[in-house]
Design a protein around this ligand. Structure first.
Ligand code: FRU
Length: 479
């Protein structure tokens, strides 16, 4: 939603109790609230931030402008979970309240060090002429969730980047702390800088160099770079804005992509033998995916189910955006898989064989098998007039197509109303998670993923098996 700067950058303390209550009341009117996903209490949610393991629990923050469905003065909102499925907000927030983050506590990451959680993030600062000074700054959160900011800027804007320099990800490799930061060159191409913590002091960073990951630089900016290790292999997740479509076929305004690499040479610095660039997600919206290696080694990721610069049907209710399920990465036969963590099955409260259903609560999981050599079709969020979200699985020619053109309230139609990907032409499975206005589809247990919003009209909650031989199970989900 377009709102004037004066509103979007108004100090938090200037919003009265009455104004906050009116916004909350409007949010409550939405028919599209999700149940087992994270969405903002009010306002706009975008990137997942600070995903980490701290004090025996998983910590996950999200970017939020709490006063409406627009990108304004951002803060981080803290949530916690023991099982990576049930998250609750703790009330802790990283606020834009110092001269180093005066125009937003932008995205970043976190790492537990000596009993405290170190938050490494971008302070968005603008001067009177609205010229931006992107600062990489830090804070410490203690076990009572009290946040104390570091006094000094940790990384200043280097001379070879523009004002687009943000989203530090801290990680440990060979017992050494490193950070990568998304950047734009003066020639307007996107790249990634690598830093190293001197003596492993995370308040003292030294530049190692520009990370060679086999990128062509056709993108004008790289947002939210993340390096995680899957079976010892470095996997780079990143958001290359403006990427040339000759390099990668994508339809969303900006893609979220990955490369699987062989080794990490910290000296050059270089990700050795990177794969070609791939779409991380084939759905209508998944962006700013953040990952980290948990203490047990698992590479866990979570995505923003939303995109920059898009208006959503929930905007009229003063909120926008949600986070995806937490997904675990694995590599099988050289391919990257992403699948919800095992504990997701704890949401299953009842099950029955998959068959047509005139109505549901739109809160369920389907586990489906599509037989080989045929074209199958499923209609979700269906009504009796033939409307719905159409999933076509063509196991003869090896294609999956998701068609949103007749599914609920239409938006972002300029970017197309279908999404598709190739699969092996053979029997195929899908696990489909529906949560009122979210659908997450995992083909072949995460070999390909489609993450999307759908905003059904009243009565659009049926399931129809409209073509092909489809068998499976319908699970009702309860948080
Ligand atoms: C990505 C992003 C980040 C930035 C944050 C601001 O969606 O633009 O690059 O830090 O959002 O909210």
């Amino acid at each position: 939603m377009d709102l004037p700067k004066e509103i979007r950058y108004r100090a938090y303390s200037d919003w009265s109790t009455e104004e906050r209550a009116a916004i909350a009341e409007n949010v409550n009117k939405s028919p599209w609230h999700v149940t087992y996903h994270i969405e903002p209490k009010t306002g706009l949610l975008n990137d997942p931030n600070g995903f980490s393991f701290f004090n025996g629990k998983y910590t996950l923050f999200y970017q939020n402008w709490p006063f409406g469905a627009a990108h304004g003065l951002k803060e981080w909102v803290h949530t916690e979970s023991e099982d990576l499925v049930h998250f609750h907000t703790t009330g802790a927030e990283l606020l834009p309240d110092t001269k180093h983050d005066s125009h937003g506590a932008y995205s970043g990451s976190a790492y537990e060090i000596d009993g405290k959680l170190f938050l490494f993030y971008t302070g968005n600062v603008r001067d009177k002429n609205w010229v931006r000074d992107p600062l990489q700054i830090g804070a410490w959160m203690d076990k009572d969730h009290k946040i104390t900011k570091c006094k000094d800027v940790l990384i200043q804007q280097p001379s070879d980047v523009t004002e687009h320099f943000r989203d530090p990800q801290i990680f440990k490799y060979d017992d050494q702390f490193y950070a990568i930061v998304g950047a734009q060159s003066p020639e307007k191409s996107g790249f990634i800088k690598l830093y190293k913590a001197l003596d492993n002091n995370v308040e003292n960073w030294e530049e190692v160099g520009n990370l060679d990951f086999g990128g062509t630089g056709s993108e004008y900016m790289i947002e939210c770079p993340n390096l995680v290790f899957v079976d010892g292999k470095p996997v780079l997740l990143y958001c290359p804005q403006g990427l040339d479509k000759a390099e990668l076929d994508y339809q969303n305004i900006y893609p979220n992509t990955y490369k699987v690499c062989q080794t990490f040479d910290t000296k050059i610095p270089k990700l050795v033998n990177p794969s070609t660039i791939n779409n991380l997600d084939y759905g209508f919206e998944a962006y700013a995916t953040q990952g980290f290696n948990a203490p047990d080694g698992r590479a866990l990721i979570v995505s923003w189910i939303g995109l920059p610069d898009i208006d959503y049907p929930t905007d009229q209710y003063d909120y926008q955006g949600a986070l995806s399920l937490v997904k675990e990465l694995s590599i099988k036969d050289g391919k990257l898989y992403q699948y919800p963590v095992e504990a997701i099955t704890s949401l299953r409260s009842s099950s029955e064989p998959l068959a047509d259903k005139a109505e549901t609560a739109n809160i369920y999981e389907l586990e489906v098998t599509f037989a080989a050599d045929q074209v199958s079709e499923l209609l979700l969020f269906a009504d009796d007039k033939g409307n719905g979200l159409r999933l076509t699985v063509d196991t003869a020619n090896g294609k999956v197509i998701l068609d949103r053109s007749k599914a609920g309230v239409q938006y972002a139609t300029d970017f197309g109303q279908t999404r598709e990907c190739d699969i092996e032409p053979t029997e195929t499975t899908a696990n489909i998670f529906v949560d009122r206005s979210i659908v997450e589809i995992f083909i072949n247990k995460g070999e390909k993923v489609f993450t999307s919003r759908v905003f059904p009209e009243a009565g659009q909650s049926g399931i129809q098996l409209t073509a092909g031989e489809t068998t499976g199970t319908y699970f009702e989900l309860t948080k």
